[in-house]
Design a protein around this ligand. Structure first.
Ligand code: 13P
Length: 249
């Protein structure tokens, strides 16, 4: 049985006071939009800037939503060391964090991350008991050149070397659909995710879709048989909208 994971990626948005405001409103909206209270085995996750992790971990118990977790947006592979600007898996574990995004296309595009460093980060996360969300996806140029499949397969082959697929989430995020409003057609996302699943040794890995997911398209996306959740950027910043996304029909 594949687990459904509805995740937000706040990227570099929301300072502490904005994060507190979000979490003062989100639970009310969650209850108001819930078709059947809470879907029992569905995980809700919000990956926030590092500066919000500790604060939100202390707020979480009062919310009383046991399937809601806070996650990080990256992690370094070393235990500690002279790596200015990075944080280690044990630093996340100390705060009770369980999930971390790794290999987001913005990290690969703007911060020089490669399949090799993504693989090292995945290994370190798993070695500490974190569940990584590995992001893969093609650019517009790859898609236009009919290289979508070969690009994603090469990312998977390199990123997943010696990775335990039983403790892994994958997010298919076509780069051209991120922050553009140009959502990948749900049937096409379903097709690519089916191909990704076909490359895995453990077929029950949760595979999400990400890229311009909104209130307007969540129901259609989640109706696709291969899609086990979403990784939501911009639309996860609004508590009412993200609650409706979590409570897709
Ligand atoms: P948007 O939902 O803003 O397109 O971002 C998607 C994304 O990058 C999630 O990681």
């Amino acid at each position: 049985m594949r687990k459904i994971v509805i995740a937000g990626n706040w990227k570099m948005y929301k300072n502490q006071s904005e994060a507190k405001t979000f979490f003062s409103e989100f639970p009310t909206h969650l209850k108001a939009t819930a078709p059947q209270a809470a879907i029992a085995d569905q995980q809700i996750l919000i990956c926030v800037p590092y500066t919000n992790l500790s604060l939100l971990q202390t707020i979480l118990p009062a919310i009383g939503q046991s399937n809601l977790s806070i996650g990080a947006q990256n992690v370094h592979w070393a235990e500690n060391g002279a790596f200015t600007g990075e944080i280690s898996a044990s630093m996340l574990i100390e705060m009770g964090i369980k999930y971390v995004i790794i290999g987001h296309s913005e990290r690969r595009q703007f911060f020089g991350e490669t399949d090799e460093t993504v693989n090292k980060r995945l290994k370190a996360a798993q070695a500490h008991g974190l569940t990584p969300i590995l992001c893969v996806g093609e650019s517009k140029q790859h898609r236009d050149a009919n290289k979508t499949e070969s690009w994603i397969f090469s990312q998977l082959a390199a990123d997943l070397v010696d990775i335990d697929q039983h403790n892994l989430i994958i997010a298919y995020e076509p780069i051209w659909a991120i922050g553009t409003g140009d959502t990948c057609a749900s049937t096409e996302a379903n097709r690519v995710i089916g191909l990704i699943r076909g490359k895995l040794t453990y077929p029950n890995v949760t595979i999400q879709y990400g890229g311009s997911v909104k209130v307007d398209n969540i129901d259609e996306i989640m109706a696709q048989p291969e899609i086990d959740g979403v990784l939501v950027g911009g639309a996860s910043l609004d508590p009412a909208g993200f609650a409706r996304i979590v409570n897709y029909r």
